[in-house]
Design a binder for this molecule. Structure first.
Ligand SMILES: [Ca+2]
Length: 372
């Protein structure tokens, strides 16, 4: 899937000449790649969820292409994101938690990444949010030197990223999703409205934050650490948080698999309940709490997508911007007695653009879905 998704992103580049010939827009199309964290395939209304309201993502899928058979081969944060960065599967890039790579993406693979290919095509580039694999060295030097707007935190961000990482302390919005939307606006909006963002940025990242040049197309990769369990703690605990983080839905709206947590169906030589990561060893009550908070996190991402599309319309960029949405892996919520990522490889994936002709989208979906 990673290889195919990267091909989707890179295949957008040759479209530019065709688009420019048809439209009055002077620029190549912009690309926004939104990557959620541990968001399951069935987390959306359009993929069968009957509780969580995902009207904006459903609309995005309805107006674009929804890939119903999108899978990852390394269903866990770091390796999956490394696969996306390198456009290679783990068996090729050797970037896993126990591989010989030291969990670092080497220079040659970074230079061939889709972000760098967009840069070489004249794009302004942005990398925002969660980062989970080093690029060449501990300081991620090539990333900071080559990507125009680098605003990321390593590992888990938490619901309030500024509590753990000084990078995010220049944000007015303290909650993760709203804060990353603020950062994206600081990058993309012309003018001085976000001067405070740049002036108050921590000295360690100030030189890596360049506002988009208005005469350039842009490619922005926005990485959430939600609805991952590590970012659910504290959700909605501050008065300024959007109200839905503390009031939307009730625990009894969510179903727990029958027999959980005593329904482990896999042999003990494959996995035992005790071998599962600590924060995925749910009791029935903690699983219901997790399902509730996860649904609120997914709703937050859905609101982000709605706000993003409104922003693009406000800036007259909607018709010339491609939006790709994906998740790094899925999650087990008690199926077969399991929590966590094992076997959870199917993810929500969609590609949206207002300028690609519907017939092209149908052909693309028909050709690509079986190979995903
Ligand atoms: Ca993940």
């Amino acid at each position: 899937m990673h290889k195919s998704l990267s091909l989707i992103l890179l295949s957008l580049l040759p479209l530019t000449g065709h688009i420019c010939a048809q439209a009055s827009k002077p620029s190549q199309p912009n690309v926004i790649f939104i990557l959620a964290d541990d968001q399951r395939f069935d987390s959306l209304g359009v993929t069968g969820n009957t509780v969580t309201d995902t009207a904006n993502l459903d609309r995005l899928a309805g107006e674009g292409v929804l890939f119903r058979n999108a899978f990852v081969t390394s269903p866990i944060c770091g390796p999956s994101r490394a696969n996306l960065f390198t456009s290679q599967w783990e068996r090729r890039n050797r970037i896993g938690f126990s591989s010989v790579s030291g969990n670092k993406i080497p220079q040659e693979l970074f230079e061939n990444s889709f972000l760098m290919q967009f840069k070489q095509a004249g794009y302004s580039t942005a990398f925002i949010g969660k980062h989970h694999t080093k690029i060449v060295d501990r300081g991620n030097t090539p990333l900071r030197e080559n990507v125009d707007f680098c605003y990321f935190g390593e590992g888990h961000l938490g619901f309030y990223p500024g509590d753990h990482d000084k990078t995010f302390r220049n944000l007015k919005n303290k909650s993760q999703i709203e804060g990353l939307f603020e950062a994206f606006q600081a990058y993309i909006k012309p003018g001085s409205e976000y001067d405070y963002f740049y002036e108050n940025a921590d000295a360690s990242v100030k030189d890596s934050l360049q506002q988009r040049e208005a005469d350039k197309p842009f490619c922005a990769w926005i990485n959430f650490n939600l609805p991952h369990q590590a970012s659910l703690g504290g959700m909605g605990s501050r008065p300024e948080d959007p109200d839905f983080y503390r009031s939307l839905y009730r625990q009894n709206q969510f179903e727990v698999p029958a027999g959980y947590p005593n329904n482990l169906t896999l042999p003990e030589n494959v996995i035992t309940r005790e071998e599962q990561p600590g924060y995925y060893k749910f009791s029935e009550q903690s699983l219901r709490t997790s399902l509730l908070l996860t649904a609120r996190g997914v709703y937050g991402i859905d609101q982000f997508v709605g706000d993003l599309r409104n922003l693009l319309a406000e800036l007259d960029l909607a018709e010339n911007t491609i939006i790709v949405f994906f998740s790094d892996n899925g999650l087990m919520y008690g199926e077969h007695g399991l929590g966590g990522r094992p076997c959870s490889t199917r993810n929500p994936c969609m590609c949206h653009s207002l300028f690609i002709h519907p017939s092209w989208m149908k052909v693309s979906a028909a050709v690509n879905v079986p190979s995903l």
